[in-house]
Design a protein around this ligand. Structure first.
Ligand SMILES: Cc1cn([C@H]2C[C@H](O)[C@@H](COP(=O)(O)OP(=O)(O)OP(=O)(O)O)O2)c(=O)[nH]c1=O
Length: 205
């Protein structure tokens, strides 16, 4: 977090441009100190792109929609589920959630999260994919899960970090990416912006 320049010390402030409680938790858990600044972006406005392009475009859109000061670094993200040639975002209602979960049942899908890191002068965009396989569940079990309400604000209609864990047989890749923020890749890229977890001390070389 501390940047040395011409012998002086400059603080880079990290901003998370997201209203997702999961992204906030993951960034806190990884030790970063940050503020939240959100905007209203119509995520339905971008369509018909492949999942990687879609999540990267939405991350850029979300990150560009918030104002930035010269000493700030903004992180924004978007997550979707990709099943064959279909892209699943957040369900509109319980019936839609049931439809999504039925289509994922007993099958493998990919979860894509796109991230943008932006300072006044630099912009980095990347995305990470994680493969997730569901067990085969009865309709009753899926209905019980939908009735819990957990699927409603989550891409693909499930939360692997919550009760939705019962759905998942196997994952290949970054677990945190499924939850909404690929924290391992993000931490590495934040170093390029002189952003480190707050308890990492400054090493004088
Ligand atoms: C697949 C999956 C998704 N999700 C969540 C992560 C994201 O919050 C959400 C996908 O919606 P997004 O549109 O990516 O994010 P958001 O609307 O929640 O927040 P913001 O746009 O303000 O950043 O789905 C889980 O929490 N667990 C899961 O297992």
């Amino acid at each position: 977090m501390l940047k040395k320049k011409n012998g002086g010390t400059i603080l880079n402030h990290l901003i998370l441009a997201s209203s997702s409680p999961r992204r906030k938790e993951l960034l806190e858990q990884a030790g970063f100190v940050f503020q939240i600044r959100t905007s209203n972006v119509d995520e339905e406005a971008i369509q018909l792109l492949n999942p990687r392009k879609l999540v990267e475009s939405l991350a850029v859109w979300k990150g560009e929609a918030v104002p930035i000061q010269s000493d700030e670094v903004i992180v924004s993200a978007d997550t979707v589920v990709s099943l064959g040639n279909r892209i699943l975002t957040k369900p509109k209602n319980k019936a839609h959630a049931m439809q999504m979960l039925s289509s994922l049942n007993g099958r493998k899908h990919d979860v894509y999260t796109g991230v943008m890191i932006r300072s006044k002068n630099i912009r980095t965009v990347f995305s990470v994919a994680t493969s997730v396989t569901f067990w085969n569940h009865s309709k009753e079990d899926l209905l019980r899960y939908v009735e819990s309400g957990e699927p409603m604000d989550k891409a693909g209609g499930y939360g692997i970090q919550g009760m939705g864990a019962f759905l998942v047989k196997e994952i290949v890749g970054d677990y945190y990416n499924v939850v909404g923020l690929p924290i391992s890749s993000l931490s590495r890229k934040l170093k390029e912006f002189d952003i480190y977890p707050s308890r990492f001390t400054t090493i004088n070389s």
